[in-house]
Design a binder for this molecule. Sequence first.
Ligand code: COA
Length: 327
Amino acid sequence: MAYLLLNGALPNSSQYQKFLEELKGGRSLPPRLRTVLEQLPSTTHPMYVLRTAVSALGCMEPESNERQGVKVATRLLAILPTCLLYWYQFAHHGHRIEEESGATDIASHFLTLLHPGYKIDETSVLALNTTLILYAEHEFNASTFAARVTTGTAADIYSAVTTAIGTLSGPLHGGANEEAMELIASMSNAAEVPDRIRKMLAAKEKIMGFGHRVYKQHDPRSDIVKELVQRFAQEKGRAQQFEIAQAIEQTMLQEKKLYPNVDFYAGLLYHFLDIPSGLFTPIFVLSRVSGWCAHILEQRADNRLIRPVAEYVGPTMQPFIALADRK
Ligand code: COA
């Protein structure tokens, strides 16, 4: 999927092998980046860690004639899981990880670094890779648009990706999966769901993981993730949390006619994969970086500065009052 987004066509088998080798070869961190990551407090949100890592890498490996475009995008795709888990294991568990996992796909690499010493099962890899594919690209969402705006000024690719990560970090965009999981985890059974959700709606609270600016009827990505969650719920004996999630879905449909978006069940799926909730939105980044970079390269290929014009609706002519005379 990432190759398709970055190159415009699916790879043949030799291009595919070469791409996998490039990903494998691009996973380790420059020593100075390790130092930067080690300085970040354990209380930092992992999204800000990624934002900092991309910005710092841009200082260490700036774009040049030899290093640009798809090359930088591939490096980012390869290195970001290592950046995230290097910081996570160092800040939270006090040890420096083995940066090479030997894995070719991103999901296996991520899970190996997150759970060192455990055998990673195929179902987990399939589930994580599926969400990575679903998250990879979604046309002009807020973070992609932000990356386009930054690229439109002829800024470098690292600045555009840093902008995009900052934009994705908000709970109305990428951060919804983390908050959706918190809501599910805060309930002990499905029976308490309708009352709780109704109270939240009456208090004008938003239920994270529901609604979408474009999918007003239904987010097709959500069905795929829900199916994976259902499978895990049975296999891992976590049926109760799945029931709670389904009860939230039903109540939201009844009360607001709102459908779950991709983030609602993704949070639960990651929880079943024993991924800490702070890493949910960063996983979105590990995948969406391919979509962002595809947009950045497209914007560059036929660029024009993006500069909206505002319609001013405030007061018109105001008298000037000298500072000393202002109340
Ligand atoms: N929970 C409760 N009410 C919601 C809601 C939610 N998740 N999403 C939308 N609504 C309500 C709004 O309050 C509004 O109600 P009103 O008409 O009574 O004021 C109505 O539905 C229309 O919503 P609006 O905010 O205009 O839709 P939007 O297109 O601007 O917003 C989102 C889209 C995604 C920002 C919005 O649905 C949301 O905040 N969802 C939760 C965050 C989330 O899951 N984001 C991930 C998106 S992939």
